[in-house]
Write a protein that binds this ligand. Structure first.
Ligand code: SAM
Length: 264
């Protein structure tokens, strides 16, 4: 137990270091490997499977990337590390594991590389690095992409799931939410509906207005592209967002009706 705590504290306290082969490269996080039992829990929490493309940000010796291919049979896995020594080590480990056909290790900066192909992102960075990365994750990853972090959170972005591995090591998972903030209008049956939605990460609030009815306050949540909001009078909207269109169902007085909403 003590050794695991020391590992996390060590990463937290370690100063930024220069990569071994190139002193002009300053790492945002020193190398500390994730133990295998934590990797298993991270991949389980994100429900990683054969359809996934996994990116490990700051991939070290490649263990998460290689494990994702070996134990989950993912389509493809990519590691990005600023330190060329780590990337050489990761490539040698992929060779030994016989997974070079499905893994790529790139010398690169997680603040600059294209992350958009990922369906799952793993990371063991530091709290302030997570915070700096947050806007990139939210803007560049597809809605629905799962992000799993070993040890460190994302401040006021609440995780969609979390656990303490063996009761000790925290891991967190977030699902990249679609962007729903704005005004959405549409018809269901005879009624016209206007949803004015505000969003903070995956948490949604807003107002539903209908002709001849009092506005209704709404609260809800996004899970990737899937939106669910409930009004304080029992009305609910559930639907899938694709770009500027939401297709789903509105439930009024217990009766669901199909609805298509368009963002104004
Ligand atoms: C704590 S280690 C995690 C290694 C691996 N992901 C694991 O969990 O076993 C962090 C890694 O991030 C790399 N790193 C630090 N800053 C980086 C940056 N800006 N871009 C890419 N990699 C970076 C370091 O070289 C180190 O290998």
């Amino acid at each position: 137990m003590i050794s695991r705590i020391i590992l996390a504290i060590g990463l937290l306290l370690a100063p930024p270091v220069a990569a071994q082969t190139n002193s002009s490269v300053r790492l945002d996080v020193p190398y500390v490997p994730t133990p295998p039992f934590v990797i298993k829990a991270m991949l389980d929490l994100a429900k990683v499977g054969p359809d996934d493309v996994v990116y490990d940000l700051g991939s070290g010796d490649g263990r998460i990337v290689i494990d994702a291919v070996q134990t989950r049979g993912v389509k493809r896995a990519v590691g990005i590390d600023l330190n060329p020594v780590q990337v050489a080590d990761a490539n040698a480990n992929a060779e030994k594991a016989g997974v070079t056909d499905r893994v790529t290790f790139t010398v690169g900066d997680v603040f600059k590389e294209d992350l958009s192909p990922a369906t799952v992102v793993t990371m063991y960075l530091l709290p302030n690095v997570n915070l700096r990365l947050r806007p990139r994750l939210l803007d560049h990853l597809k809605p629905g992409t799962r992000v799993v972090s070993h040890a460190f959170h994302m401040f006021d972005w609440p995780p969609d799931a979390q656990e303490k591995v063996l009761g000790e090591v925290p891991i967190y998972m977030w699902i990249i939410p679609a962007k729903v903030q704005g005004t959405w209008t549409g018809k269901a049956g005879e009624g016209s509906f206007t949803f004015s939605l505000a969003q903070k990460f995956q948490v949604v609030s807003g107002l539903l207005t209908r002709e001849g009815q009092k506005p209704v306050a709404l609260n809800g949540q996004l899970a990737g592209n899937e939106l669910m909001v409930i009004g304080n009078d029992g009305v609910s909207l559930r639907g899938k967002i694709t770009g500027a269109t939401l297709i789903g169902a509105i439930t009024l007085a217990g009766a669901p009706q199909d609805i298509v909403l368009t963002r104004q």
